[in-house]
Design a protein. Structure first.
Length: 161
């Protein structure tokens, strides 16, 4: 009987070792972060001017929509890929699924495509305030990269199956 109890304890310890608490913390934060990105994408695509005005009151919502509409199709595709793959990748991370690495990698590619265009080639948004708004594309790409690297590390440690 002692041997059975010892084996059960070892199994429980192995499960705790393979599922670190930080996975749940990062997974939930990633899910919330990507939900915000998906919400922003949906509100912009649905042309919700009230939402856009609340995000940047100093910018005319119609000018903001015209600015986004002028993006080349590949940048618009990248934006959609980035947010929706980020949401799916976060869910897969929470499920401890190995596909989280690939999907979060696709999210990173999408972020680089969509936001890379804004950084390198897009004209400035008319009336945009600058400051944090100028830094946001870099922040978003950095978070997408960090989530991809985190998922890859968790897969290498055997946490993701």
């Amino acid at each position: 009987m002692d041997e059975t109890v010892h084996q059960d304890t070892m199994t429980d310890d192995a499960v705790r070792t393979r599922t670190p608490v930080h996975l749940w913390i990062i997974g939930v934060l990633a899910l919330l972060w990507n939900c915000v990105g998906c919400y922003d994408y949906l509100m912009t695509r649905m042309r919700n001017t009230d939402y856009l005005a609340s995000m940047m009151p100093e910018v005319d919502p119609n000018a903001m929509l015209a600015w986004v509409d002028a993006f080349p199709i590949w940048a618009q595709f990248g934006w959609g890929l980035g947010v929706w793959a980020g949401l799916l990748g976060s869910l897969l991370l929470l499920m401890r699924n190995r596909w989280a690495v690939l999907v979060l990698g696709l999210s990173l590619v999408g972020a680089v495509l969509g936001l890379g265009y804004q950084i390198v080639a897009a004209p400035p948004m008319p009336g945009a305030p600058g400051g944090m708004m100028d830094a946001m594309p870099y922040v978003i790409i950095a978070i997408a990269l960090a989530l991809f690297l985190y998922a890859r590390a968790m897969r290498q440690k055997g946490v993701l199956r």
